[in-house]
Design a protein around this ligand. Structure first.
Ligand SMILES: CC(C)(COP(=O)(O)OP(=O)(O)OC[C@H]1O[C@@H](n2cnc3c(N)ncnc32)[C@H](O)[C@@H]1OP(=O)(O)O)[C@@H](O)C(=O)NCCC(=O)NCCS
Length: 322
């Protein structure tokens, strides 16, 4: 294996091949992940743009490209003035090369990111890519978020007496907003510690209920809203590979703590599946903080993980005061 070098256009075809092979291995483990629409030319175009804007690193040997790594440099990232983000298509290593290839690539990329003031480094990895997970762990990264998918299929669910589920109407905006604020509270506290970005507004709630392609369902106990689940065509910030035709994303769920473990969330998901079957949808995705014990447990009962993002936060003393 040679020392890492600057990623150049001449390497890109081999990089795209490594990525597409990695994707096929993930799809073999999670058939719900449809990949037929993912065009290698599109991946190449993304890599060209990333390489031209932010550079990248490549590792080669006598047989060609062993691996590559690149990442966007983003201002105001995870509470730091600057950070790097490596999407799932922006890195790969040849299987069988062990964690060393990923370690060597990060040694070069990481130094460039630190030289540019990136205090937080995030990478999205295929869940099946144990070699990459090993390399990033040894590079000091820990789990941040999961992306998971399921085929659109009915889910059997029976609600306890006195409960019902209905699609949200415009008059339900305040109820949904109040439950969304409880989700934020849940995520701010231990062990997730996710800082809320901006407060959700009544306009946000109106969009979740009536926006194009957006749908929200509410669980009622009598006349009291006790849970909701919502979806839209695409969730910003989720993995790129879960997008696609006849796909949609669930991007919010909550059940009142007093009503949990009674099948309310399952029944909400069942209502979404019924709508999705009738609407001709084929695949559904969800993303969730890895440290969200209740959330990750619930989603992983019904979805298969396809990507995991990992984060490394560097010691602030390495950087000049911002
Ligand atoms: C995640 C969340 C929505 C799940 O809601 P819930 O209504 O408790 O979910 P369910 O009852 O359908 O399933 C939870 C468990 O109850 C069990 N259960 C379901 N029906 C049951 C019944 N009739 N009797 C007893 N247990 C039952 C399920 O098997 C499941 O058990 P498991 O954890 O061993 O798989 C809820 O915990 C929550 O609001 N968490 C905080 C907000 C959050 O994390 N949102 C997701 C952000 S990504």
């Amino acid at each position: 294996m040679t020392i890492p070098a600057v990623l150049e256009k001449k390497h890109l075809d081999a990089c795209v091949t490594l990525f597409m092979e990695n994707l096929s291995r993930q799809a073999a483990q999670t058939p719900a992940l449809a990949t037929g629409h993912i065009d290698p030319a599109d991946v190449r175009e993304r890599l060209v743009r990333l390489m031209e804007e932010a550079g990248g690193t490549v590792l080669t040997d006598g047989a060609g490209v062993v691996g590559y790594m690149a990442g966007w440099e983003i201002e105001d990232f995870f509470g730091s003035p600057r950070g790097s983000y490596t999407p799932e298509w922006a890195h790969a290593t040849r299987p069988g090369t062990g964690r060393e290839a990923g370690q060597a690539l990060y040694r070069a990329s990481g130094q460039r990111w630190v030289d540019h003031g990136c205090r937080v480094h995030v990478a999205n990895l295929f869940h099946a890519d144990t070699q990459a997970r090993d390399a990033f762990s040894w590079n000091g990264f820990g789990y941040l978020c999961l992306d998971a998918v399921r085929r659109v299929e009915p889910i059997e669910a029976t609600l306890p007496d006195g409960f019902c589920i209905r699609p949200a109407r415009s008059a339900d905006g305040a109820a949904v907003l109040s439950m969304a604020s409880c989700v934020n509270q849940h995520l701010i506290l231990s062990p997730v510690f996710r800082a809320s970005s901006e407060e959700d507004t009544p306009e946000d709630a109106a969009r979740w209920i009536e926006g194009a392609g957006c749908h929200t369902w509410i669980a009622w106990k009598g006349d009291r809203p006790v849970g909701y689940m919502k979806c839209e065509p695409v969730e910003d910030g989720a993995a790129w590979i879960v997008r696609g035709p006849r796909s949609f994303a669930i991007n919010g769920a909550y059940v009142d703590p007093a009503e949990r473990a009674g099948g309310i969330a399952r029944a909400l998901l069942s209502a979404i599946m019924t709508w999705a079957v009738e609407s001709g949808m084929e695949r559904c995705s969800v993303d969730c903080e890895a440290a969200n014990i209740e959330g990750a447990r619930f989603w992983l009962r019904h979805f298969q993980p396809v990507c995991v993002s990992m984060l490394r936060r560097l010691d602030g003393r390495l950087f000049a005061p911002a």
